[in-house]
Ligand binder design. Sequence first.
Ligand SMILES: [Zn+2]
Length: 51
Amino acid sequence: MLQPDTPAKCCSYCGGRDHDFEECPKRKADAEKEEVAREPEPAAGAESGQV
Ligand SMILES: [Zn+2]
């Protein structure tokens, strides 16, 4: 069950063992979602007529 050739990967994000935290597809998806979620939020009265 344990493969000596395979490094022990354990994603600390979703708990997956087939990838690292850096390669976590879920983390990437969440990161994209966060970026998208940040855009539609208008700055209420932050920039009023400033160029
Ligand atoms: Zn993961």
